[in-house]
Design a protein. Sequence first.
Length: 429
Amino acid sequence: MSGTTSQLQIDGKTVDMAIKTGSIGPSVIDIAKLYAQTGMFTYDPGFTSTASCESQITYIDGDEGVLLYRGYPIEQLAEHGDFLETCYLLLEGELPTAVQKADFDYRVTRHTMVHEQMARFFQGFRRDAHPMAVMVGSIGAMSAFYHDSTDISDPYQRMVASMRMIAKMPTLAAMAYKYTVGQPFVYPLNSLDYTSNFLRMCFAVPAEEYKVNPVLSRALDRIFILHADHEQNASTSTVRLAGSSGANPFACIAAGTACLWGPAHGGANEAALKMLEEIGSVDNIPKYIAKAKDKNDPFRLMGFGHRVYKNYDPRAKIMQKTTHEVLNELGIKDDPLLDVAMELERIALSDSYFIEKKLYPNIDFYSGITLKAMGFPTSMFTALFALARTVGWIAQWKEMIEDPSQRIGRPRQLYTGAPQREYTPIGRR
Ligand code: CMC
């Protein structure tokens, strides 16, 4: 490599490629003209060395354990701000003034109710449906209910769709929960803040008065901040790819939600808690550690490891503190699940297998324990992740749509199937 270009030698031919530099973090080699110049593609399954876009939203330094939203460290945002402030920051690029914040909160709050017909749409699901199945379906259905904000070429409609999704996601997630437990839907109460409103929609019943616990509300709000964006992860890349074809924003967020559901991604919080329950007691931990290390056993310690963080996930550190705050508030002292979690963490952090492979606890390791203590069933964990990540997906989608150089995403492949051959009629096969 030399200066701001790099050179690649292929079949005796030298190809010059520009090096693009970001504000912080690794530079990239621009290979956009590679095929035209060499007739070859690059090959990078899982995109481990490929930057799919240019972005100004979120920065991660996985080796140092740093996460910044628009330049601000996640620790500071989680400590001092609230979730809607983070939403504003991710969407607009700057922290809001007091007036801007009040206006933003008001605009989100005005959109919290969903079309009444959506309640009937819910009746079509089985009662035992997984809340994520209901979320994927109902978020997709929003494009059928809110036609007036699906024209992506109109900035006003883009803004209204963004507000609608941020505001309605808690309502839909709470409805998904209420539907599976057979309780009546609780309408939003706009005098409450965003997260308190969500807790009330989940846990209030018409027969009793419900008082929001401010410690739990603040803890959940912090969980939402920690999950709000994570640059080009699988679900965000799904949203961008879906959006690159011009699909409407509700359809794109439904696609991202579907991707998030997988156990290697957002589904890991549910999987981590199930794993802790399966381990059951501290005595069983060595057996499971041995399974995780066995190359012939597909078992992995859920809630450990990360594609990007090869150091402690900064979100996990804040989450660990939040977990203890919630357990203290609820007076939970002797939780066997927590004992297993703490001992598992201790052993994994001192075991050479995990140290050498840089497998640290990730955010999902602690969030499951906290959400369970708050009263959420495991099946709701990923739905809460989707609720919080919606703003990140929207900010990334908006950034892509507003980029004049945006084109449809179309990866290429290394074909290893049969070469061209002649069709054989069925009687001669
Ligand atoms: N338990 C045991 N071994 C592991 C684990 C684990 N949780 N994670 C990775 N490894 C091993 C893996 O077997 C491999 O070993 P080897 O080099 O000997 O083949 C090595 O570590 C590298 O793993 P990888 O699968 O190549 O790493 P990746 O970057 O493709 O995968 C991951 C990242 C998060 C999918 C993976 O660590 C994993 O499956 N973790 C458990 C699921 C989980 O907690 N996911 C939540 C991620 S955080 C929330 C989010 O952002 O969605």
